[in-house]
Every structure is written in C-alpha cells, then in structure tokens.
Ligand binder design. Structure first.
Ligand code: ATP
Length: 495
C-alpha cells in the first residue's frame, strides 16, 4: 500500500474490518477532516480528554466531562456499536490502565465477530498495550505536498498580518519545509516569527536546524552532515566516474526531466568491509549537492502489527519529501537476509516486497545507495536489473589504489610532511582502506609520543609490520566473495 494516501488506506482498513486503527499524529483537525471524508453513513462518536463524550461534528457534549471508561460502558453490545466509527483521542495515557484496555479489547472482539465498526485512536504518542497488540494497525500521516506547504505558509502570513513574501522566497521556504507535517511547519514559522518579527531568507537556517531535529526525532532516518567528497576516495575509479555521470542529472533535476532523462534509481555497492562503500555513499551526496539520509534498517523493525511497514513507509515518504536527496540504505543484507527462506519472518518478507515495489516504481529524485558486505544472503529479486541502475563490487585495493589511499590519509593528518608512498603501497598487499587509514593513524600517534616533529616513512613501515591485514584475517571469506561477485558479473568498482 505504498503509494496510497492516508485517506485511501483508512478506507481500506475500515472496509476490511480492521478493529483498531491507530493514527499517530499531532494533527487533530486534519485527522477529523480525513475521518469525516471516509465514514460512509456511519455515526461517529468521539471521546476526547478535555470534553469527554462529544458529537464528532459539532463537538457538543453528549456527556460532559464523561470519563473514558463510562463512555466505553455505553458501547458494550453489538447493537450499540454497529455501523459506528468510534474515535478516541489523546488515548495514549489511558491505554496503560488494564480496565480500559480490557474494555477496548471486548469492543475489538465484537468487531471481529462482525460488527460494522472501527475504533480509531488519534494520538501523537504511540502506546500499544500487549492485550491490544493483535487488534491494532498503525497509520501514519502523509507529508504535505508543495501546494499544501505554500497554503500553510500563506495562511500563517495572513493570520499574523505579516508582509507577504515574494514568490522566490516562498519557493525556498517550501523546499525547506518538505518532509514536515503541518503542525511542525506552523511551529517553526511561529519560532521564526518570534525570533525576527517577520519571515526572511535568514529563517531558512532555522528551518534546516529544526528539520534535522524532526528527522532525528522520527528516529528512522538520520541526516548525515556532508564532509567526505569524491576526492577523499582513493581508487574505485569506475564507481567514481559512474557517480560523476549521474551527478549531472542530480544537479539539474528539472532540466534533466524536461529533456526526457529518467531519474536514476540508485546503486548497490557490495563487497569487502572497510574498502570505501560507506565513504562512497557519503561522497555521492556531496557530489550531487543534495542531503544525505541514512536509513537504519535495524530501527525500522517494530514490534506491532503494521509498525515496520509503517516505519518503512514513513522513511520513504520523508526521503521523497526531502528529495532530491541520497538515501543511504546501510547493511542491506542485515535487513533482508533470509527473506522467503526458512529464517525469513513474514514481516521481513513483506517489508522487502514494499521496498522492491518502491524501487521499481520510484520516480522521485531519491537516489538510493545501498551498501552490503555479503550479497549471498540477499534475495535474488533484489539483484535483478531494474531495481538498481548498477551493482558494483568493491574488493581489496590494488597497489595503485593503496598509493592513493596512503596519500589521502597522510595529507589529511600531516599535510606538510613529505613522504614517498610507493614502497608503502607495495608492502600493504591485502590491506583494506580502513587498514591503511589505521596504519597512518598509528604512525602519527607514535611519532607524536616520541616527540618527533613530523612523521617518516619508517614510522609508517613500523605500523605496517604491527598490523594484520584484512586478507590475513578473512582470507577464506574474501576469496569466496570475490569468486561470487565475478561469477555474477558485477561491475568492478576499481579500474
Ligand atoms: P563496512 O562494510 O565495514 O561498513 P565500508 O566498505 O563501508 O566498510 P568505509 O566505512 O567506507 O568502509 O571505510 C572505513 C574507513 O576507511 C573510511 O572512513 C576511510 O577513512 C577509510 N577508507 C576505506 N576505503 C578507502 C578508500 N578507498 N579511500 C580512502 N579511504 C578509505
């Protein structure tokens, strides 16, 4: 159900008789509007914390200040709930009370027995008691599109009688607000207004800071600051020139689209640990001049029905809202290992299906960089053409590449020390990029400890002899990996 709007999903859940739908949101008014539009001749009863049992439309009290438990007591038979939508707001703190949870459970059972009813929880905090787990489906709010964001900004301006902003600035605000909810946008606008008394270009920084916080709070995507660029990668020339080609499109998304260019889907970079896969994901974002969002597959997995799928949907929606961006899916094999196999859980298989569909249909400029160590655990569907634009294999660096990696790391720490790297590169066959970085780090540290004014080649050679290369440590699995990638004819990231 990836591409359906919240309204369409709500209709499906209600029609399919899902007993409890948990709308996790701050946006009560908007939620009311959505519920109103899907009821189809059913009565709606509402309970909220401040007024008690009220008429959903007028908010006039049926039972003023009525406790939740009393309201639930009036709805305890099949007939009393049939053809009703029961909306319970601010419910989270009550759900931990066993009496309340058990009364709601009794209602959910009546629905499972055929009552044409849905219970809708509306709350900004997600609390799911054990006994209700099997009845609850979680629904996340959609993010606003550009037109809705503009309407929200303009409404704020006119409500606060501010000087209208020009079209260009409005556009910049709109892009900056992408990925945020109406509630969050209004909060940030209020903060900007309180700070400067008007809306100006200077507020864009504030928006960006706040947005990072919102993304952090959502907890599934991490916004990574852009530091490393393409020139920080030693070797991997094939991968770098491929990324360079794609960057032209990303730097000119609109004109590329107008020209008829398809949006690139993304790249899978697989191979030996510590050889620059993560580095390449970071460098891609910097090269494309777009934000980098990291998707933590581990954090995606939730305990409750619909939660993991909801989280993936949320992450995808957020990334698409922020787009153009690079979405870095780290340790892909951890997320999807065992799909369809004996160990694959149903949730993982469903998640995987959703991810594939999204990759297949994706038109937004969300460039996926997936990184993986071991692709033998990945389901074959993922490796088929059409999902990723290209799959690259990253192996241990060759001599020429090791030379470049040495130069990069020596220059980063000791820009003025003059060191010839030829011999160092020769002596480090089987070392990964991370090993080489470690060697340089150790040499710098020991030179400092020995009160030297600069590092020398011999400091580095000493560090090399104290290091076990990755190949020594993982010989068998590296050989096997190489064989596997060559058999599958993945592109070598190195020339
Ligand atoms: P893992 O699979 O363990 O996550 P990875 O392939 O993603 O490994 P990176 O995180 O990219 O490895 O590399 C670790 C560190 O090693 C990098 O931060 C970088 O400093 C250094 N490094 C690795 N490969 C290169 C390279 N080709 N050029 C320059 N530095 C490198």
């Amino acid at each position: 159900m990836n591409n359906l709007s919240i309204k369409e999903r709500l209709i499906r859940y209600i029609d399919a008789g899902f007993p409890i739908i948990y709308i996790n949101t701050f946006e009560e008014e908007k939620t009311d509007e959505i519920i109103r539009s899907v009821v189809q001749n059913r009565d709606i009863c509402e309970w909220n914390e401040s007024q008690g049992y009220v008429d959903f439309e007028t908010k006039a009290a049926f039972m003023e200040g009525c406790p939740l438990e009393t309201m639930l007591d009036t709805l305890n038979t099949f007939d009393s709930i049939d053809r009703k939508i029961i909306v319970l707001k601010d419910i989270h703190s009550y759900l931990e009370e066993p009496r309340i949870a058990s009364k709601i459970k009794a209602l959910a059972k009546l629905i499972n027995q055929g009552a044409d009813t849905s219970i809708i929880f509306v709350s900004n905090i997600l609390v799911i008691p054990k006994e209700l787990e099997q009845f609850i489906t979680i629904l996340e709010m959609d993010y606003l599109d550009s037109v809705e964001i503009k309407t929200t900004i303009n409404a704020f301006i006119s409500e606060n009688e501010l000087t209208p902003i020009n079209e260009k600035l409005l556009e910049e605000f709109t892009i900056a607000f992408k990925g945020l909810s109406e509630f969050e946008i209004n909060n940030i606008l209020a903060l900007a207004y309180a700070e400067s008394g008007e809306l100006t270009r200077q507020n864009l920084n504030l928006i960006f800071e706040q947005k990072q916080q919102v993304i952090r709070k959502a907890g599934i995507l991490e916004m990574i600051p852009l530091k490393e660029g393409i020139s920080d990668i030693g070797g991997l020339e094939n991968l770098k020139s491929w990324l360079n080609k794609k960057s032209k499109i990303y730097k000119n998304v609109n004109s590329a689209r107008e020209f008829g260019v398809d949006m690139p889907k993304g790249v899978l970079i697989a191979g030996v640990p510590g050889c620059g896969k993560s580095l390449s994901a970071k460098a891609a974002a910097k090269l494309f001049e777009v934000p980098l969002l990291r998707l933590d597959m581990g954090r995606l997995m939730g305990k409750y029905v619909g939660e993991s799928e909801g989280n993936l949907r949320k992450a995808i929606a957020l990334a698409e809202a922020v787009a153009p961006c690079v979405l870095w899916v780290d340790e892909l094999e951890k997320a999807f290992a065992g799909v369809n196999g004996d160990n694959g859980s149903e949730v993982t298989t469903r998640l995987f299906g959703n991810f594939l569909t999204w990759m297949q249909e994706k038109e937004s400029p969300t460039f996926v960089v997936a990184t993986a160590n071991n692709i033998s655990k990945l389901p074959p569907e993922l490796l088929r053409k059409g999902r990723f634009d290209e799959i690259f294999y990253v192996g241990l660096p060759k001599e020429e590449e090791r030379r470049k990696i040495f130069e990069i790391h020596i220059k980063r720490r000791r820009p003025n020390d003059n060191i010839s790297v030829d011999e160092l590169a020769k002596k480090t066959e089987g070392f990964s990029g991370a090993d080489i970085e470690g060697v340089v780090k150790d040499a710098v540290e020991s030179a400092f400890a020995n009160n030297k004014s600069c590092i020398s080649e011999s400091d580095i050679k000493e560090a090399i002899s104290d290091t076990n290369s990755l190949y020594e440590l993982m010989k068998e699995s590296i050989d096997k990996m190489k064989e596997d990638y060559e058999k599958r004819k993945f592109k070598n990231a190195s020339k």
